[in-house]
Design a protein around this ligand. Structure first.
Ligand SMILES: C[S@@+](CC[C@H](N)C(=O)[O-])C[C@H]1O[C@@H](n2cnc3c(N)ncnc32)[C@H](O)[C@@H]1O
Length: 303
């Protein structure tokens, strides 16, 4: 199957990451290589990383013509050791375009979709437990917390109870559990009743929030001075984590007012480049509705 994924905020990312010749950038969520292709076209060297071997294969096929491109299978949260072991640090830019790709969603055997029958898997990479195994392992309370805190699902408790009773092993079975747990009149009109449950399970299976925290924490050790990081988030929890991490990186001076120069050392290592998150234009959202929830933020290492 062809790997088709509409790249979100492509021009905005290119503008922020300054992909000029001589700069080495890491696209840590390579997917089909849409952003990587644009960064290469502008002249930069690009190291693409993805935890999904099928994404790596697709991007290699698409970008095989460029000598300035290489692809590595791995996780964003382990970038420091992955790149460090290959003597590729420090770099001039890091890009994260979070979440799943369209091919992952559209391949029934991957188990991400509530619209097609497949095993209840949802793993982006080859490792770790599947969504079915996660449901089996967690207690009803733990599962409720996942659905409530990550999925912001109002019927978290009854859905968790139904999932624990049914222990679904396929997507269709999981959808049936959700439908049974939520009263028919409470089904949302605009999205599928299982949307939040499936999103929460996917984020938990792949530890996506943990991955994000780890890669954000490693930025000072990944980037050289003048290097930039750009993150596109599609989930409010992720965008909040990015905003807070960037603020913390920027540092706030805690010196008493009146000191002639900063003495606390908190200031000045990073500078936030996007006071407000950058959003897709109406034209882009018109062509790709998924872009509506995208929020792009960026920082630069300045010292
Ligand atoms: C939204 S897609 C990226 C699309 C890409 N920017 C493009 O324009 O073609 C996200 C990709 O990131 C990968 N991914 C998500 N979280 C990851 C992580 N923590 N480490 C490595 N890859 C990750 C997924 O497997 C998926 O292929």
């Amino acid at each position: 199957m062809a790997f088709v994924h509409a790249t979100v905020l492509r021009d905005e990312v290119v503008q922020l990451l300054k992909p000029v010749p001589g700069r080495r950038l890491v696209d840590a969520t390579l997917g089909g290589g849409g952003h990587a292709e644009a960064l290469l076209a502008a002249g930069a060297e690009v190291i693409g990383v993805d935890r999904d071997p099928s994404a790596i294969a697709a991007a290699r096929a698409r970008l095989a013509g460029s000598e300035r491109f290489r692809a590595l299978e791995g996780r964003a949260g382990e970038l420091e050791s992955l790149l460090g072991s290959l003597n590729l640090l420090p770099v001039d830019g890091v890009l994260l375009d979070l979440g799943v790709s369209s091919p992952q969603l559209d391949t029934p055997e991957r188990g991400f979709s509530f619209q097609a029958e497949g095993p209840l898997d949802m793993r982006m990479g080859r490792e770790g437990e599947t969504a079915a195994e996660l449901i089996r392992r967690l207690s009803e309370s733990e599962l409720t917390a996942v659905l409530r805190e990550i999925g912001e699902e109002p019927f978290a408790r009854p859905i968790a109870r139904a999932l624990k009773q049914d222990l679904p092993t396929t997507t269709v079975q999981a959808v049936a559990s959700v439908k049974r747990a939520v009263p028919r009149k409470a089904w949302p009109s605009k999205v599928h009743v299982a949307t939040r449950t499936f999103q929460a399970l996917r984020i938990a299976v792949n530890d996506e929030l943990g991955e994000l925290d780890r890669v954000l924490a490693s930025l000072p050790r990944l980037l050289r001075v003048g290097g930039r990081a750009a993150v596109i988030a599609f989930h409010s929890l992720e965008d909040r984590a990015v905003k807070q991490a960037f603020r913390a990186l920027e540092g706030r001076c805690t010196c008493p007012p009146g000191l002639p120069v900063c003495a606390c050392g908190a200031q000045g290592t990073f500078r936030v480049l996007t006071r407000r998150a950058v959003q897709a234009s109406d034209a882009e959202v018109g062509q790709n509705p998924r872009a509506r929830s995208a929020r792009l933020r960026a920082v630069e290492r300045v010292a």
